[in-house]
Design a protein around this ligand. Structure first.
Ligand code: AMP
Ligand code: MG
Length: 532
């Protein structure tokens, strides 16, 4: 243990959320409405045998927290079995639109925050235990989480961080020693599954839905207090809260959300449940549930079985849905601003920022720097060709990066090169798809030759924009199946490899493989439910 790290149970927690916002005095965990409050002071419910399954070394180091032993007081704290003197655990009250419909009070039904830690750089981070037991917001559910969904959240939030996508983080995955009953596909087959708790980490877990809840309940003082808290702690550069500052703050939330969505679209991430209660007020990817990674390029794809009929949250819908969600946030904060019409301008700004950011990111993925006038059309036709050919998104861009120097310098070998890229990335491409993609490659190669940079430099820069390794759905499932038998080696290997997703790591080539055929329709790989 290095000198500047300590065990979690020795850490000094701060409690700004609890101290600056309104919490009810009752510690009653019965499910109920909690009008008038931002949160409830609720303690986690202990589990039988907390043991550490995984730990994020980098995040721990950043927070100044040492990796704990498999069992002991630090792991007890990470499971909710040990509440230290400086912790003031709470569950937040929020509401949300679920699948387009206002769902009323939701709240932290199984997440309990312990408080905030000061990181080694002086910044402050909330530590939240997901699966820590019932709260007043648990409604009819048990407040617990199963190992499979917890492992998915733990792995993916860290993988997203290393890809450079704005996200909440995860510090630990702890097995509880308890079983949890879940009907995974809501088909009348409830089963015992191993339980787990993830310690999630973010500056705050406040969502659009926290504001909506206060607004819908007509709690104007609470609404303002919440906005002031968020601005003072997380948007201090905007200055002291005022009607003008609320406007600028909303504009900034729109901007950050646009940047987050652009990232998702550029790596093929599908969140799966973009309800307004799953939208972070900091523009971070939050609440990893039935998410998935695009394999065959398909705007209509979602892994979430609950969404199969409407496809509201499919890959290609995400930009529009985020805008719809921002509109709901705007409606909630109207009472705080003087000119509600100006909120509309920020929503327009979202669309503009998103388009610009997506364009810039796509230029980087394609290694294009000296803006040519028809780059927009080139990118547009790439989307068409990808959609038609349904090639593997990650493999396609990675192979394209590798091939860039040859595309530039050996026009005579192009047909073979195109074929090689296509074969590497293709699942079962139609002749039309193949033709469209080949035509696009031709056009792209011509365009690439206008680039002034050295071909090797272009390749390097493309390799740093197109990951080799993403958390493919079937890989997460393999890690889960191994972990459920007590084998954590798949999980730890994935954690290690996904730390440097842009690096070649040839010894791990197989983790960059396209979805194998067995995973095409398999539960957990191709389909996921909200039951977690
Ligand atoms: P999600 O779909 O995971 O974003 O959850 C939506 C709402 O349901 C949130 O208020 C969650 O806290 C709550 N919830 C989900 N699963 C459980 C559970 N097992 N126990 C209690 N509350 C839950
Ligand atoms: Mg949620």
């Amino acid at each position: 243990m290095s000198l500047n790290t300590q065990q979690l149970d020795q850490a000094d927690f701060q409690n700004s959320f609890v101290e600056e916002l309104r919490g009810e005095a009752s510690r009653n965990k019965n499910p109920r409405q909690v009008p008038g409050y931002h949160y409830s002071r609720i303690e986690p419910t202990p589990v039988r045998d907390p043991h550490l399954l995984a730990w994020s070394d980098d995040l721990g180091g950043f927070l100044g927290i040492a990796r704990p032993d498999e069992r002991g007081p630090a792991v007890d704290a990470l499971a909710g079995n040990l509440i230290t003197d400086s912790m003031k655990p709470f569950a937040a009250r929020y509401g949300g639109h679920q699948f387009g419909h206002w769902a009323g009070q939701l709240g932290d039904g199984r997440a309990i925050s312990l408080g905030e830690l000061k990181a080694t750089d002086g910044s402050t981070w909330e530590i939240q235990l997901k699966g820590a037991g019932p709260t007043p917001y648990s409604r009819r559910a048990d407040g617990r989480a199963v190992l499979r969904s917890s492992l998915r959240e733990f792995l993916c939030s860290e993988a997203m961080y290393y890809l450079g996508v704005p996200t909440t983080r995860a510090l630990s995955l702890v097995g509880t020693g308890d079983t949890v009953v879940r009907d995974m596909f809501y088909n009348g087959n409830p089963q015992d599954e191993p339980g787990a708790v993830v310690a999630r980490v973010a500056p705050t877990f406040i969502r659009f839905g926290n504001f909506q809840m206060m607004a819908v309940a007509g709690e104007m003082d609470n609404l303002r207090a919440l906005a002031d808290y968020v601005i003072q702690h997380f948007y201090p550069e905007l200055g002291a809260p005022s009607p003008e500052v609320y406007m600028r703050w909303f504009e900034e939330v729109c901007r950050r959300t646009a940047v987050m969505i652009a990232h998702w679209m550029s790596v093929g991430f599908v969140h799966g449940v973009m309800n307004t209660d799953n939208m972070s007020i900091l523009g971070l990817t939050i609440d990893y549930g039935p998410y998935g990674w695009l394999e065959p390029y398909d705007l209509d794809w979602t892994p979430n079985t609950t969404d199969f009929s409407s496809r509201r949250y499919a890959f290609g819908q995400q930009p529009q849905v985020a805008l719809w969600n921002l509109y709901q946030l705007a409606r909630a904060i109207v009472p705080l601003v003087k000119e509600p019409e100006a909120l509309r301008a920020s929503l327009d700004q979202y669309t503009k920022t998103l388009a610009e950011t997506q364009h810039t990111m796509m230029l980087r993925k394609l290694g294009l720097t000296n803006q040519a006038s028809d780059d927009h059309a080139l990118i547009e036709s790439l989307h068409e060709a990808l959609t038609e050919s349904q090639v593997d998104m990650t493999t396609f861009f990675r192979r394209l990066s590798q091939a860039a120097p040859a595309l530039i310098s050996s026009p005579e070998n192009q047909a073979a090169l195109f074929q090689e890229i296509l074969q590497a990335a293709s699942y079962s491409t139609s002749p039309e798809g193949e033709q469209l993609l080949t035509q696009w490659l031709q056009r792209y190669a011509d365009r690439l030759r206008q680039e002034p940079a050295d071909p090797e430099a272009i390749r390097e820069s493309m390799l740093s924009a197109n990951p080799k390794y993403v958390l493919r759905n079937y890989l997460a499932q393999q890690a889960i199946e191994a972990a459920e038998t007590g084998d954590l080696s798949v999980l730890s290997r994935l954690m290690e490899v996904l730390k440097t997703p842009f690096a070649e790591q040839p010894e791990h080539d197989e983790l960059a493989a396209k979805r194998p055929d067995w995973a095409r329709t398999k539960a957990g790989c191709a389909t996921l439910s909200c039951s977690s």
